[in-house]
Design a protein around this ligand. Structure first.
Ligand SMILES: [Ca+2]
Ligand SMILES: [Ca+2]
Length: 255
């Protein structure tokens, strides 16, 4: 009798526990599938992949977390960029859009203040890092495109600019400097500012080496020509406007 009662008891426990166990396993399955794909929205497939009620919207770190397929990649290795990023672009409110090879699109916030001007973005040569200039053209930082982490945030000026461009060049090209500098040209109705920013990829830091302003505003910020020791502001390709010499301390001297 004891054995029978025990058997009935075990069956009762099993019947009670079975739905509970199934719910648990169902719950675990749900979490597993969310981690695998449903937490990340994929663009252009007309499916609400992340289950938030919106279809083909952009991912954000707040809502989706970093994309686990790419988030651990090394940003100092340029090959990672070409094997995982389809495209990137500057966007409003100091954000950057990155489209990965899985067709997920991330909107990363780089600077805190809102602005209707798009950020200016370039891939920093020889790496996967993106160099991002704020919409107001006065703040610069490195963005890891794989996980959205911002580093090296540096103020160039308190002045706000309406138009800005960015170039990269090894300004010294000698034994003392094998790194590539970032050169920013930014202007508003009153002035044009030229700035040299040095990049340390190992530390993921930026340093404002020098910055200077000129009163000439009739320049095209995208046409700035940069060569070793020289920066030339131009109106057009054949129209030099302001010429700077860059000395060995990266200081700007108007020529
Ligand atoms: Ca969605
Ligand atoms: Ca989708």
């Amino acid at each position: 009798m004891k054995h029978t009662r025990l058997g009935i008891g075990l069956i009762a426990i099993a019947l009670f526990a079975l739905p509970w166990a199934m719910n648990i396993s169902h719950f675990h399955f749900g979490v597993a599938s969310a981690r695998a794909n449903a937490a990340i929205e994929i663009d252009e497939n007309d499916i609400d992949d992340d289950g938030d009620g919106m279809i083909d919207e952009m991912n954000t770190l707040d809502e989706n977390g970093a994309n686990p397929a790419y988030s651990a990649l090394d940003p100092t290795d340029k090959d990672n960029f070409f094997s995982s990023v389809k495209s990137f672009s500057g966007y409003e409110n100091n954000t950057v859009l990155v489209r990965f090879n899985d067709n997920s699109v991330y909107q990363y916030t780089v600077f805190t203040d809102d602005t209707s001007y798009d950020t200016t973005v370039r891939r920093y040569k020889r790496t996967s890092y993106l160099v991002v200039l704020s919409g107001d053209g006065n703040e610069i930082a490195l963005l890891n495109p794989f996980n959205g982490i911002v580093s090296g945030d540096t103020m160039i000026s308190d002045t706000e600019y309406t138009d800005s461009g960015m170039k990269q060049w090894n300004l010294r090209r000698d034994e003392g400097d094998k790194t590539i500098e970032v050169i920013v040209t930014a202007k508003n109705d009153d002035e044009t500012r030229v700035s040299i920013i040095r990049v340390n990829v190992g530390d993921a830091t930026l340093t404002l080496a020098s910055t200077d302003t000129v009163s000439e505003t009739n320049v095209n910020v995208d046409k700035t020509k940069v060569r070793s020791h020289w920066i030339v502001l131009r109106v057009g390709i054949l129209q030099p406007k302001v010429i700077f010499y860059v000395n060995d301390d990266y200081e700007l001297e108007r020529a």
